[in-house]
Design a protein. Structure first.
Length: 605
C-alpha cells in the first residue's frame, strides 16, 4: 500500500486538533452516525479541560488507496521535548498558521526543527473565515520566518492552502469559503514523499514515545527505519553508544487505524507502530534485530531550564485526603514520569524525603503536579527556580526567553514598564491591527516566574503572552520579587467570621469561614511588605452583660482562591504549596515561628 508519514505542527490554539477531526470525518475513518467527541485527539482529561495538546499522538487515515499516518503534536514550548523526536518519524509536515495571529513563537520553534531535518512543509493558512483575517501579511510573515531559519530553495517554494478546519474545507483560492478537505489530502499525497527506507536490511526501530499499558507493560512507539518485524521475533535494545541494554521478543506489534491501536502480525520499513515485549528500553533507544550493533542517531533534547522541589506533605493535615503520601510512592511515580518524558529530570535529595524535578517550564511541571494530584498524591511544592549555567570564562549564565505580547495599545505602556522591572529587553514593537500592538522581548526566565497573573490584571484580561526558550545568556543580577507580605495563622483550628472580619482591613483573605487551619498556614496577603502573624480563630468573649447594640451581622468578601499555577507562581522562597486531591493550601516552609526567625537570620548572615 502507498504510505505517507506527516506531522501537523502549529502554535498552541491555531486549530491542529480540530483539523485532524475533520480529516477523520472526511476520510471515512468515522461512520456518519458514529458519536465522536470534539477534538477527538485530545483524549487526556487535562487536554480536554485546557483545550491544549500535551501528548503527541499518532493516528492514521486511508484516502483513495493511500495510508496517511498523521502525528498531532503539542503546540506549547513546554512540551517541545515531544515535538523534536516526532519529526524524525515523518517525511513531511503540514504547518498550520492562524489567518489573524500569523507566525508565533511556537511556530518558529517547531518549524526550525523541521527545516533543519530537511522536511518540506505544506503551509495551511487556517481560520480564513475570521473577520480579522490578514491572509497576505501572514503568508509574508511565514516566508520571512523560513528565510530567517535558513530554509533552502526547495523549502522556500512551499505549496499553500487556505482552510477552515472547523468548517472542513481547504482550497488554493484564498477567497473560497466552502468545499471539502480533498485539496489537502491531494497535497499530502503529491508533496510528501513516501518513506525512502531499506525494506531488505535487518529490522531497526527508533523509540520516540513511551507509555505503559496495564496488560502489555511498556509500549514503545516509533517508526520502523529498516527491514521487517514479526510477532515473537528476537530483538534487542541498544543505547546511543551502541551498548546492548536488554534482549527479548516482540510479543505484540500494533499499528494505528484511526484512534485505535490494532494488533498486526508484521510491520515493515516506514510503518509507525507500537511494540511491546521489552522491560527496560526507553525513548531514544534503538530496537533492532539481534544481528544489528549500530544504533540509530537520535535527536538531542534541549536541556531543562526550571526546577521545583516535590516533597512529602508534612503539614498537620497530611494524609486526610490523599491515598499516596509516602516518599517511596512519590519517587516511583516521578521515576515513571522521567522514563516516558525525556524533557523531565528527577534527582533525589540527601534526606530522601524530597525530589528535585527539572523540566522545560511552569506549565509542564504544573501539568505533572495536577496529574499526580488527581491520582491521589499529596505533595509539598517549592517555588520554581531557574537552572543556572556557566560560560567558557566561568561567568554565571541563566536561561532567557523570547516573550511575544499582543496587547491593546492603551495597556502597552504598563506592560513595557513591568517587563523592564523584570530585566527584559524590548527587541521589537509594531502595530498588529485592530488597535493591538505586538511587543517582543528577550527576558531572563527568572523574571517571568509569576508574572502571568499580574499581566492579565494589568491588561484587563485582554493581553496574550507567548513565551519560548531562547538561549543561555549572562546573569542579569537581582530581580525584584513579590511586593506584599502574607498573613500567617498563629494557631490551629477553624476560621470564624468574628476573627476574619477585622482581618479584611489588613489585606486580602484566602480562606473562608469554617475552613480548617494550622499554625504557619498562609491565610491571606498583607497590604504591607512584611509578613504578619494573626489569629483567624479568635472567638467573641461571652459575658453575663447584655450588649447594648444588636451585633451587626458580619459580611465577608469571598476569599481569593488560587489555581495550582497561580499558587506556584505566587509563593516566595521560604513558602510552599500543599497540594492534595481536594485542596490547595499555601504555607510557610517552617511552620514554627521560632524556626522561621532562625532561618531568616541565617539567610541574612
Amino acid at each position: 500500500m502507498n504510505l505517507r508519514n506527516v506531522a501537523i505542527i502549529a502554535h498552541v490554539d491555531h486549530g491542529k486538533t480540530t483539523l485532524v477531526d475533520q480529516l477523520f470525518r472526511q476520510s471515512g475513518t468515522f461512520r456518519d452516525n458514529q458519536r465522536v467527541e470534539e477534538r477527538a485527539m485530545d483524549s487526556n482529561d487535562l487536554e480536554k479541560e485546557r483545550g491544549i495538546t500535551i501528548l503527541a499522538k499518532p493516528t492514521s487515515i486511508e484516502w483513495e488507496g493511500t495510508r496517511i499516518n498523521i502525528v498531532d503534536t503539542p503546540g506549547h514550548a513546554d512540551f517541545g521535548g515531544e515535538v523534536e523526536r516526532i519529526l524524525s518519524m515523518v517525511d513531511g509536515v503540514v504547518l498550520l498558521v492562524d489567518s489573524s495571529e500569523g507566525a508565533m513563537p511556537q511556530t518558529k520553534f517547531v518549524t526550525g526543527k523541521a527545516l533543519a531535518l530537511g522536511l518540506k512543509p505544506i503551509v495551511v493558512v487556517n481560520k480564513v473565515d475570521r473577520p480579522d483575517q490578514r491572509i497576505q501579511e501572514v503568508l509574508d510573515e511565514v516566508f520571512d520566518l523560513f528565510v530567517s531559519l535558513d530554509a533552502n530553495d526547495e523549502q522556500l517554494d512551499f505549496p499553500v492552502l487556505y482552510a477552515s478546519g472547523r468548517n472542513g474545507y481547504a482550497s488554493e483560492d484564498p477567497d473560497r469559503r466552502e468545499g471539502t478537505l480533498t485539496p489537502l489530502f491531494q497535497k499530502i499525497v503529491d508533496h510528501v514523499p513516501p518513506p525512502a527506507l531499506d525494506a531488505e536490511a535487518p529490522f531497526t526501530f527508533l523509540v520516540t514515545l513511551l507509555d505503559r499499558d496495564n496488560f502489555l507493560g511498556r509500549v514503545l512507539t516509533g517508526r520502523v527505519t529498516s527491514g521487517k518485524v514479526k510477532v515473537n521475533q528476537a530483538i534487542h535494545a541498544l543505547d546511543m553508544d551502541g551498548n546492548v541494554i536488554e534482549t527479548g521478543r516482540a510479543s505484540k506489534i500494533m499499528t494505528f487505524r484511526g484512534l485505535e491501536r490494532v494488533p498486526t502480525e508484521e510491520a515493515q520499513a516506514g510503518d509507525i507502530i507500537s511494540l511491546a515485549g521489552l522491560t527496560v528500553a526507553t525513548v531514544s533507544n534503538t530496537i533492532a534485530d539481534v544481528s544489528v550493533s549500530e544504533p540509530i542517531q537520535a535527536q538531542p533534547i534541549d536541556p531543562p531550564t526550571l526546577s521545583m522541589r516535590f516533597a512529602v506533605n508534612d503539614s498537620p493535615m497530611a494524609g486526610r485526603e490523599g491515598t499516596k503520601v509516602t516518599s517511596r510512592m512519590i519517587r516511583d511515580r516521578l521515576m515513571r514520569e522521567a522514563e516516558s518524558n525525556v524533557a523531565i529530570k528527577v534527582t533525589e535529595s540527601a534526606d530522601k524525603d524530597s525530589f528535585e524535578v527539572a523540566g522545560r517550564g511552569e506549565l509542564q511541571l504544573g501539568v505533572l503536579i495536577e496529574t499526580m494530584r488527581r491520582e491521589g498524591f499529596e505533595l509539598g511544592i517549592s517555588r520554581p527556580r531557574v537552572l543556572f549555567g556557566t560560560d567558557e570564562n566561568g561567568g554565571r549564565t541563566e536561561p532567557y526567553e523570547t516573550v511575544i505580547i499582543d496587547v491593546d495599545e492603551e495597556y502597552s505602556g504598563s506592560v513595557v514598564e513591568k517587563m523592564n522591572i523584570r530585566k527584559a529587553e524590548m527587541t521589537d514593537m509594531r502595530p498588529s491591527g485592530g488597535g493591538k500592538t505586538r511587543i517582543t522581548f528577550s527576558a531572563p526566565s527568572r523574571g517571568m516566574i509569576g508574572y502571568h497573573g499580574e499581566f492579565l490584571s494589568d491588561t484587563r484580561g485582554t493581553g496574550i503572552m507567548n513565551r519560548l526558550f531562547e538561549k543561555y545568556g549572562p546573569y542579569k543580577g537581582a530581580i525584584e520579587g513579590r511586593k506584599n507580605g502574607v498573613l500567617i495563622s498563629n494557631g490551629s483550628g477553624e476560621a470564624n467570621a468574628y476573627a476574619l472580619g477585622p482581618l479584611e482591613e489588613r489585606g486580602v483573605l484566602m480562606v473562608g469561614v469554617g475552613e480548617a487551619l494550622y499554625e504557619g498556614m498562609i491565610i491571606g496577603e498583607n497590604a504591607k511588605p512584611e509578613d504578619l502573624e494573626v489569629n483567624p480563630m479568635k472567638s467573641k468573649q461571652l459575658t453575663n452583660f447584655r450588649a447594648s447594640g444588636k451585633d451587626d451581622s458580619i459580611r465577608l468578601t469571598p476569599p481569593w482562591k488560587m489555581t495550582l499555577e497561580q499558587a506556584i507562581a505566587y509563593i516566595d522562597d521560604d513558602e510552599m504549596v500543599e497540594v492534595t486531591p481536594k485542596t490547595i493550601r499555601l504555607r510557610k516552609r517552617f511552620l514554627d515561628p521560632h524556626e522561621r526567625k532562625r532561618a531568616s537570620r541565617a539567610k541574612a548572615a
